[in-house]
Design a protein around this ligand. Structure first.
Ligand code: 5GP
Length: 206
């Protein structure tokens, strides 16, 4: 399948502000679709099946892995998370850009399977600020916050597998920076030449 839309992977520790950034980005960036992940974790208050996640029992999630229906999957803090493959291929084939908001194990799998993806790592301004944000959310008990902080420290070292690092100090700036990345990636020669006949036959090395 000829996939002309960008595949953008956004990762970063829990509390870096991915959710807020994604929401603002979807409102401001035309032609961008967000992949709805599947997970075995229980819904938080206000989360809806099919909108925030597909909340699946473990057996169903594992069956989908075995059927090859997940583009990537990972276990994170005791639960499975994964990206349903089918909508991604369709959107990209339709020329739409697709955003995956996933953790770093999944990000690594996507980079291997789709080397032309664009990896963006969202960083909190500091570890102290990260902990403040996790607490302010008020949805997680202390032991889960401690587990997520430990995971976050590990995750920060995963930044080296990504193409870009963006510090999320203000939502407006962060969204503009990501839009700049998207605009520049669309101008990469390797992508431009796929959609143009300008070099057909005239440039063997292109
Ligand atoms: P949360 O439980 O806070 O919604 O998500 C926990 C972590 O799982 C976050 O870092 C989020 O980016 C990641 N995540 C969400 N969906 C997926 C997915 O489909 N695949 C992978 N690998 N990680 C995901």
């Amino acid at each position: 399948m000829n996939e002309s839309g960008l595949l953008i992977v956004l990762s970063g520790p829990s509390g870096a502000g991915k959710g807020t950034v994604v929401k603002a980005l979807l409102e401001q960036q035309e032609g961008l679709r967000l992949s709805v992940s599947a997970t075995t974790r229980t819904p938080r208050p206000g989360e809806l099946h099919g909108q925030h996640y597909f909340f699946l029992p473990k057996e169903e999630f594992v069956a989908k892995i075995e059927q090859g229906k997940m583009l990537e999957y990972a276990q994170y803090c005791g639960n499975y998370y994964g990206t349903p493959a089918e909508p991604i291929h369709q959107w990209r084939a339709d020329g739409l850009d697709v955003l995956l908001e996933i953790e770093i194990q999944g990000g690594g799998q996507i980079k291997q399977k789709c080397p032309d993806c664009v990896g963006i790592f969202l960083l909190p301004p500091s570890l102290a600020e990260l902990e403040n944000r996790l607490r302010a959310r008020g949805t997680e008990p202390e032991d889960v916050i401690a587990k997520r902080m430990a995971t976050a420290r590990d995750e920060l070292s995963g930044v080296s597998g990504y193409d870009y690092a963006v510090v999320n100090d203000s939502i407006g700036q962060t969204v503009r920076r990501i839009q700049t990345i998207i605009a520049a990636e669309k101008l990469r020669f390797s992508r431009v030449k796929q959609t143009s006949d300008l070099w057909k036959g005239s440039c063997p090395s292109c």
